[in-house]
Design a protein around this ligand. Structure first.
Ligand SMILES: [Zn+2]
Length: 101
């Protein structure tokens, strides 16, 4: 029996992000090429992209790689101190993070 049994097709298909577990409409998830059953939310996709970039940067000595490492260190420090969860400061930091590499 599938999860779609009894569906009329009118309501959106809800799925769970395989990374963080949040419920999202299936159309809002990013699906993997060879495993379309795996979907991750946009926030987790952004996180995965940053992790992939960090892996690439391990072997790079360029200025851009160095700047991304600095931003990553600053991001880790903010998260460790919980500043991203503090009212207006947290909202500002989360918004700023969307535009950082
Ligand atoms: Zn997620």
């Amino acid at each position: 029996m599938t999860a779609d049994a009894g569906r009329t097709g009118a309501e959106p298909l809800s799925s769970v992000c395989w990374c963080c577990g949040v419920n999202r409409d299936d159309a809002e998830l990013v699906h993997l090429g060879n495993h379309p059953e795996v979907g991750i939310c946009v926030s987790c996709a952004r996180w995965v992209q940053r992790r992939a970039r960090a892996l690439e940067d391990r072997h790079s000595r360029g200025v851009a790689a160095h700047l991304r490492a600095l931003v990553g260190s600053a991001r880790a420090a903010v998260i460790a101190r919980g500043w991203h969860e503090r009212g207006r400061l947290g909202a500002f930091l989360r918004r700023l993070d969307r535009y950082l590499p």
